[in-house]
Write a protein that binds this ligand. Structure first.
Ligand SMILES: N[C@@H](CCC(=O)N[C@@H](CS)C(=O)NCC(=O)O)C(=O)O
Length: 214
């Protein structure tokens, strides 16, 4: 059985959703990141990076990085609807989107919320946040153009993990600073309504965070 270390207000929800979609047996162990449990010696022994989520495989390996965990589960459990296989013509676009969200969008969203980790003086925090926000928006504009040209989903007519991952960043409290700006991106707005409705119907795991207010 898998063990997922995650918890409230974390992106572990993404992994939990894949586990539930695949009807894969798992146990959820909550880590209280608000009170610093992710920095405890016990947790650092599991993930020295001190971040959640962590997935312990049935073989006992401790894996981390949310995009990798989602792909790993989808590949291992043949969730081919959610993640195109290596021979599927959509695989290239799929990987490109997943890596872009992980490396360029999520990382800047995190920088916005933790500016003090990137500055030596607190008076620089505002500038760091402004920069992070403008980088997120420029990357979302690229996504907007792509969605407008070949949407409505990231892979055209096919809903996939890429939509789910992008939606997580745009759906939760993480996205509050961008809520107004999203409305100025028409392809993105259409995509967001569609992708969000997917979760409302059947795909929203327990513990999903409060949706962003329009
Ligand atoms: N690149 C990692 C980032 C993981 C991450 O930042 N997780 C957050 C919770 S959503 C966390 O552990 N935050 C605690 C911290 O940054 O100190 C991933 O995508 O899994």
């Amino acid at each position: 059985m898998y063990i997922l270390f995650g918890g409230d207000f974390t992106r572990a929800t993404l992994v939990q959703w894949v586990l539930e979609e695949g009807k894969i047996e798992y146990e959820l162990r909550k880590i209280d990141i608000i009170n610093g449990e992710h920095r405890s010696a016990e947790f650092l022994a599991i993930n020295p990076a001190g971040l959640v989520p962590v997935l312990i495989t049935p073989e006992g390996d401790a894996l981390y990085e949310v995009a990798a965990l989602m792909l790993y589960l989808a590949d291992r459990h043949q969730l081919t609807e959610l993640a195109p296989t290596s021979t599927d013509p959509d695989r290239g676009h799929f990987l490109s989107a997943i890596f872009h969200i992980a490396g360029d969008i999520q990382s800047e969203m995190k920088r916005f919320h933790f500016p003090h980790r990137f500055s030596l003086r607190s008076k620089d925090n505002g500038g760091i946040q402004n920069l992070a926000k403008s980088l997120v928006m420029s990357r979302l504009r690229v996504m907007n153009t792509r969605l407008a040209q070949r949407g409505p989903y990231v892979l055209g007519t096919r809903f996939s993990l890429a939509d789910f991952y992008l939606c997580f960043g745009s759906h939760t409290s993480t996205a509050k600073p961008y809520a107004r700006s999203f409305r100025r991106l028409p392809g993105f707005t259409i995509w967001f309504a569609l992708a969000r409705s997917q979760f409302r119907i059947s795909k929203r795991p327990r513990g999903w965070q409060t949706p962003m207010r329009r």
